[in-house]
Ligand binder design. Structure first.
Ligand code: PRX
Length: 663
């Protein structure tokens, strides 16, 4: 069995429990957490029924809290309840306090931030929703959103929710081909986009990418183009319309569509074990409750706080923790268009000081990168407003955790290492700031209603008690779990519910240490996590294989000090090209192959290393042995294990030499 990790316990910082310094945490002791957790498991109907009534506004109350389960994949929450997510995120706060700031937009250039009040947001959302309606979008339709990090991206999401259209946000770092696949899969008839984007001082040609993608999307009838830079971009007559012109002639109020709790709210594509990304489907009531409840309890959000999640709205973290969670609670949410190092590596810390941010949420990859650049960038900034520092997307190594805690949090803040996934909708394993002592590198304990199980990967048997390692699963549904894969419920069942019958399978390996704390180790399937971006090896292989010179490829994830994992690709060339090529030919081809991946998926998926090899390690039956490639890249060629099952064991020597010469 693998070694069980462990670490020192860090108590809740005293400052958080001192009413003179901080608002009293909602959950302020381990005992209180344990009692509530127990209640959430033993009396889920009462627990979640009350939470859903307290945190959300229903236009018709639900009459049953839960239904269905993992056996048939027919999970449903808050049955017969009627609710609209945009009403919950906008109207009810605009009615109460229209002048309250909903969004602080921190533009790429630091001196151009802008505040959008709830009153303004309501008008913006209603107008855009009206435009969508006028363009023929109805409840149940899907709308693709391919936008930079500007306030209109939030408006776009909420306008879809207002009329009951499913939004399908595609991260604007994806290529035209990736966007095309997602528009086609969801059959979106309308695309919301912008002329250009700005990021780290650079211009991103958003509209050009959309035009390229839509060449093979005849189903798209309308494109609305938001003016981010005002650049003169080509507009296709009849199809493309300027956002500002359209909204300006639309009324500033449109009643929200009354939705059933289980009506779909959105789909979001994510990578799995196969080459084809899947549209993870979330529904309305349960998702919104998960988002609101975790912002309240995991970030200990109190009225007046300024909440800042540094993710992109194109990923689930942006959906849940920039848009739905904070806005459902009537919070002020920060929308950050730039990168942590622009114009200098002090950008995050300047942002915190400038807006008096209370909760700050980022990924270990950013923390590691900033740590490497030196402490001087973080020193001298007033970070005293901070109470909770969040981490998400990948395991956080203890060095990065300590730096975050000491240099950013000054030992006065709670660190919440939040474990969750696109499919879980909201946090499932996480500390609670005022209640759960932390360990550097552990996501600690389950959130309310999450009954975890560590399973033996081979037998599927649950490993009970402490000091166990296996794969991480969940035993029963919680409100914000995804309900399906768009258009393919069977695939949903096969991916998550069938591998271990009766459980939701996360795809991650994990240990429970001697104190019952959870340590997530990383994916056990063919998913790679690069800078918190989720990619599948098969997806990258499919991108490479379409290149005319490529016969076969194998992609693996290797450890990387900054990005967590990075991509190494082994490529066999077609006969005739395979051997005897010059170094210049090899260099050119490697560049072309990297470009190929950027073109098919996006720049963030480009392999760090590409090896042109003669052969791959395969068994006699033709099965690729990725394990061997992983070991070679990790420099563990002396512990390859049994290679006698390989069809040609001599391949290994050549691969070792190749990897060594590339290092
Ligand atoms: O491997 C886990 C890792 O990210 C995966 C989910 O990726 P995605 O759906 O893109 O969502 C990312 C943001 C929630 C998980 O299967 N992961 C996420 N958070 C953590 C993590 N691994 C360890 N610790 C975390 N806190």
């Amino acid at each position: 069995m693998a070694d069980i990790p462990d670490g020192e316990l860090y108590p809740v910082p005293q400052r958080l429990l001192d009413p003179a310094q901080c608002p009293e945490p909602y959950i302020s002791s381990l005992q209180q957490y344990k009692e509530l957790y127990q209640q959430s498991i033993e009396q889920p109907d009462e627990f979640f029924g009350k939470l859903a009534t307290d945190l959300l506004t229903w236009s018709k109350p639900f009459n049953r809290v839960r239904h269905g389960g993992f056996k048939y994949g027919d999970v449903a929450w808050f049955l017969d309840g009627r609710i609209n997510a945009s009403y919950n995120c906008v109207d009810r706060h605009a009615i109460e306090n229209p002048k309250k700031v909903a969004i602080i937009y921190e533009s790429d250039e630091p001196n151009q931030s802008e505040n959008i009040t709830y009153g303004q947001l309501l008008r913006d959302v209603c107008q855009l929703a009206g435009v969508l309606r006028a363009k023929g979008i109805r409840k149940g339709d899907t709308v693709a959103i391919y936008m930079p990090m500007i306030p209109e991206a939030v408006t776009a999401i909420l306008a879809c929710a207002r009329i009951g259209a499913l939004h399908s946000v595609v991260f604007a770092g994806f290529s035209a081909e990736a966007l095309r696949d997602r528009v086609q899969d969801a059959q979106s008839r309308l695309v919301l986009t912008a002329d250009q984007g700005r990021r780290g001082g650079k211009t991103i040609e958003i509209k050009k990418i959309v035009d390229e993608a839509l060449k093979s999307c005849p189903m798209v009838e309308t494109v609305l183009v938001c003016e981010r830079t005002g650049a003169d971009v080509p507009m296709t007559p009849g199809r493309d319309h300027w956002w500002s012109q359209e909204v300006s002639r639309t009324p500033t109020y449109l009643p929200p569509e009354e939705m059933h709790s289980e009506d779909p709210l959105f789909l979001l594509y994510t990578s799995g074990s196969t080459g084809k990304p899947k549209g993870v489907l979330h529904t309305t009531g349960g998702f919104l409750l998960g988002a609101a409840a975790t912002v309240k309890y995991v970030f200990d959000y109190h009225p007046g706080d300024i909440f800042a999640c540094m993710a992109d709205v194109g990923w689930i973290t942006g959906h849940t923790y920039i848009v739905y969670g904070p806005l459902a609670l009537g919070a002020t949410t920060v929308l950050f268009e730039s990168i942590p190092t622009y114009p200098t590596p002090s950008r995050y810390w300047e942002l915190i000081a400038k807006h008096k941010i209370t909760q700050f949420y980022t990924a270990p990859t950013a923390i590691r990168a900033l740590r490497r650049l030196g402490d001087e960038w973080v020193e001298g900034h007033d970070l005293s407003s901070l109470r909770v520092l969040g981490s998400v997307g990948e395991p956080i190594n203890p060095e990065a955790w300590h730096w975050y805690n000491d240099k950013v949090g000054k030992g006065r803040c709670a660190i919440v290492d939040t474990y969750w996934q696109t499919e879980t909708g909201s946090h499932i394993v996480t500390p609670l700031p005022g209640a759960i002592p932390t360990k550097a590198g552990s996501a600690t304990l389950p959130f309310f209603g999450i009954e975890l199980a560590i399973l033996d990967p081979v037998t599927g048997k649950e490993l009970t008690g402490n000091s166990v390692s296996g794969v991480l699963a969940v035993k029963r549904p919680w409100p914000s779990i995804a309900r399906s894969i768009y258009g393919n419920h069977q695939r949903f069942l096969e991916t998550y519910l069938r591998p271990y019958s009766g459980y939701y399978f996360t795809g991650d390996g994990a240990s429970r240490d001697k104190d019952g704390y959870i340590w997530v180790g990383g994916r056990v399937d063919d998913v790679i996590n690069v800078s918190g971006h989720r990619l599948s090896t098969a997806e990258i292989e499919s991108a490479l294989i379409v290149h005319h010179a490529v016969a076969e490829t194998a992609v693996i994830g290797a450890n990387d000090e900054v990005t967590g994992q990075c991509i190494h690709a082994f490529v066999c060339l077609k006969p005739g090209l395979a051997s005897g090529h010059s170094r210049a030919f090899a260099n050119d081809l490697t560049k072309e192959l990297a470009l190929q991946v950027r073109k098919v998926i996006g720049p963030f998926a480009a392999p760090k290393r590409i090896y042109l090899v003669e052969d791959l390690p395969k068994t006699r039956s033709g099965k690729l042995m990725r394990r061997i490639l992983r070991k070679i890249v990790a420099g563990e060629a002396d512990s390859l294990g049994d290679i006698s099952t390989l069809a040609d064991p001599s391949v290994v020597e050549a691969l070792i030499a190749k990897v060594k010469s590339a290092a």
